[in-house]
Design a protein around this ligand. Structure first.
Ligand SMILES: [Zn+2]
Length: 786
């Protein structure tokens, strides 16, 4: 499962509490999707999805349910689009091209680790054409067209445009499209799964392509699909029999959802896992295409033995033939396996070596059992310098939700942040008693949650998430565990000259300078102390209590002994139900807000000397923390649905309430400033000199209530209170402010990634960076030469 980048999310969705937050958040979004089903018309649905998209605030895990629900909107293939509808599908102009900064972290590796990272990176990128072929019939030809054009002019696109007689503006639209294509690895958005088309005219692309025979050949092969939009349903991925596109079912226009499901049932009964497969209907027979470098069943047998032809014994496909066909993407799988083998040769330890040996077996022989073994090794590989995962992992893009997209990443541990986080964990026993409750409401011993922060060098696939929680195999998760990682440089990547709405001119410089630092402090405090703190008062077994039953703890909220607690068998999730995810995120955010006022905590991250000083650098970081929280509270309104008047995202709901808490703090602590009736000049005014007084007090009061209601299983008071804090007034907040928020959306980010090269003679690996522009993006892919 993965978490997506949310512009304003501290840790969008990768927070784990009770180990099931992914599932909980996913449920919430799935519920949201059901709410969205209340949306009546297709254009409403489109508008809704369009609105949701740019911030990508909901986790990508949510993309699954949301997408699946969305497909229900587009069940008629006969619907034609008008010009207004078509504008929803135009490429971003310009896309926000940002660079993944990695050099410093890569250079911290030794030579062998660099080679290990290099070969993993090569293996990830070797699967590029797999991603394209899994997406659409035209994607690979579009990819080849872009790179053929680049090669034909040696990267000098202006000269190519003159040769083709194409205007500069038209050329730029094409380059924007190319950057967006490469950033999504295909002509459908990685989040939202809708097709996007260039803003330049079709004539422009034809003219560019006509300048070289190679490019002309690839353009021809796209068959007009770059622009085709005559069937609206084909603009979205989904089941073919609903009129949608899915290349997980190649050359099978007549395959039905029922047949796809029947094949899944058959595979499940046989014990054949689906992630690395595609399915083709060939006449009356079904071919399960297995990704492998071998093109026949391996001599030792496949995951279910040596047979490759079966007759279905019962069910709707009774009597039909199912064939296992090895060698889907065999050339790419061979290149991948070659690189994973070299990665194994350069591993730091036996666990890594075994992991990459298992990967190699999996990719060469099409074995998902070997892949699962690699995942088991991955869990055992604790705290490595180079962290990676590779294979057919996430199933969001298959309409049936079982076939995985090719993806892989190679990343480095951020040593400074790891040190700061470790120090924070060590300081937790001193920090946690500063929170506004007594020791009766706190654990005897602080347990820090599992959490690693990485910097990504390579992430290949259709999109880069902000966090990952894998493996997805429940049998492994339950018995052997999983890893929860956050991708730091994905979260902090910025477009040059990125606009920061709602920040006053006089705060802009300070906020730009310290928002990353503030973010890091906030993430650390949120994840480690926030989700890590607190005790649930429980009757653990009948008559057995984990608190003093004879002298009941006194609630700091009411000043009276508590009256509720968790009964045997009850858990936080079972008692608080659907509100639990957002409530807990809010509690963790408030802990971060409260403890960021501790200058000793700011010192751990390298700011100030631990003494209170609002005017120094630590004060700047603290100011940026509060300002950033207020700003994300405002921006979170995008995730509030005016139709259902419901929140669609746990963190957004939480942050909105924290903004309200700031605004209600009194003493003019925080205000919204505007002079225009339409609020178009809206900014946040937050009094820096009152953070440690009015600000912290308001946070403490809010946090204390949330914490005590949670600790004491007081679901009635807690739910009422939290619902009240997060209710959006539909006129001022839900309409006027929300409109300004939507008007200020930024285009989605696409990432330019570095390339690495191995000098065979010396064994040393060098790294090359590219500029954050469409040209830099295209050059990086040209250099990969795939
Ligand atoms: Zn969290």
């Amino acid at each position: 499962m993965r978490a997506a980048v949310g512009v304003d999310c501290v840790k969008p969705n990768i927070c784990k509490f009770d180990g099931h937050s992914f599932h909980i958040v996913r449920c919430i979004v799935s519920r949201l999707a059901r709410v969205v089903l209340g949306v009546q018309t297709m254009s409403d649905a489109l508008a809704y999805l369009e609105q949701r998209e740019p911030y990508r605030g909901a986790m990508a895990a949510a993309a699954g349910p949301v997408n699946r629900i969305r497909h229900r909107f587009f069940t008629s293939s006969a619907i034609k689009m008008n010009a207004t509808d078509l504008t929803h599908y135009l490429a971003d102009s310009p896309p926000a091209v940002v660079r993944l900064e990695i050099e410093k972290h890569f250079e911290a590796l030794n030579d062998k680790q660099k080679r290990y990272a290099h070969f993993i990176s090569q293996a990830c990128f070797a699967g590029t054409r797999i991603v394209l072929r899994q997406l659409s019939p035209e994607a690979e030809s579009i990819y080849d067209l872009i790179l053929a054009l680049h090669r034909s002019c040696n990267g000098d696109w202006s000269s190519l445009a003159s040769k083709a007689g194409v205007e500069e503006a038209e050329l730029n639209h094409f380059l924007d499209y190319a950057a967006m294509f490469l950033g999504n690895m295909g002509n459908y958005k990685s989040f939202g799964d809708s097709k996007f088309i260039p803003r330049c005219s079709e004539k422009t692309v034809a003219a560019l392509a006509s300048t070289s025979p190679e490019a002309a050949k690839f353009y021809e092969a796209t068959g007009g699909a770059i622009y085709s939009s005559d069937k609206q349903s084909l603009m979205h991925l989904g089941f073919p029999d609903a009129g949608h596109l899915s290349n997980y079912y190649p050359d099978s226009p007549n395959i039905t959802k029922a047949e796809i499901e029947a094949i899944s049932t058959w595979m499940e009964a046989k014990g054949l896992l689906p992630e690395n497969t595609r399915l083709r209907k060939n006449g009356d027979a079904f071919e399960i295409l297995i990704a492998s470098s071998v093109s026949t069943v391996p001599s030792k047998g496949g995951d279910i033995g040596k047979d490759t032809s079966f007759t279905v014994e019962d069910g709707p496909l009774k009597g039909k033939t199912i064939k296992l066909v090895y060698g889907d993407y065999s050339k790419e799988m061979a290149a991948i396996a070659d690189n994973t083998k070299k990665a194994a040769d350069n591993a730091d330890n036996d666990t890594q070596k075994n992991m990459y040996t298992n990967y190699t077996d999996s990719f060469a022989n099409g074995s998902l059992e070997a892949f699962k073994d690699a995942q088991r090794d991955w869990i055992k590989d604790k705290g490595p310098m180079v962290e990676s995962n590779i294979g057919f992992v996430e199933t969001y893009r298959d309409p049936a939700g079982v076939r995985g997209e090719w993806e892989g990443f190679a990343s480095m541990v951020n040593l400074e942040r790891t040190r700061a986080f470790a120090e924070l964990v060590a300081s937790a026993p001193k920090l946690i008693p500063l929170l506004p409750w007594g020791k009766e409401f706190e654990k005897d011993k602080f347990l820090s949650p599992d959490f690693t922060s990485l910097e990504v060098m390579t992430f290949n696939g259709s999109g880069i998430p902000a966090g990952i929680n894998i493996p997805n195999y429940d049998d492994i998760r339950q018995t052997e565990g999983f890893k929860n990682v956050s991708l730091g440089n994905v979260l902090s990547a910025k477009a040059p000259n990125e606009k920061i709405p709602f920040i006053r001119k006089e705060d802009d410089e300070c906020f730009r300078k310290y928002r990353d630092a503030a973010f890091e402090v906030q993430v650390g405090l949120h994840e480690l102390t926030g989700h890590g703190c607190g005790k649930l008062l429980q009757e653990t077994a009948p008559g057995v209590f984990n608190f003093d039953k004879d002298n009941l703890p006194v609630s700091p909220v009411t000043g009276k002994p508590i009256t509720t607690w968790y009964k045997p068998g009850q858990t936080w999730g079972s008692v608080f139900g659907s509100i639990a995810a957002s409530y807990e995120e809010c509690r963790a955010e408030l802990v971060a807000m409260h403890l960021s006022c501790e200058f000793a905590a700011l010192k751990i991250f390298g700011f100030g000397d631990g003494n209170v000083d609002m005017d120094g650098e630590a004060g700047d970081v603290l100011y940026a923390c509060y300002l950033g929280m207020a700003r994300s509270g405002l921006a979170s309104l995008e995730m509030w649905d005016p139709k259902s008047q419901k929140w669609g995202q746990a963190h957004s709901q939480a942050r909105f309430s924290i903004l309200k808490c700031f605004l209600d703090a009194g003493d003019d602590f925080c205000k919204l400033d505007y002079t225009k009736d339409d609020l178009s000049d809206l900014t946040i005014r937050l009094d820096r000199s009152k953070i440690l007084t009015a600000g912290r007090d308001a946070v403490a009061k809010y946090l204390q209530k949330l914490h005590v209601y949670k600790s004491t299983a007081d679901v009635e008071t807690g739910t009422k209170f939290y619902v009240d804090m997060t209710t959006v007034d539909p006129d001022f907040w839900g309409t006027k402010i929300r409109k300004v928020v939507l008007d200020n959306r930024q285009p989605r980010k696409v990432f330019v990634q570095a390339t690495t090269a191995l000098d065979e003679a010396s064994g040393s690996v060098s790294i090359k960076h590219y500029e954050a522009s469409p040209l830099g993006m295209i050059q990086s892919w040209a250099d990969r030469n795939l």
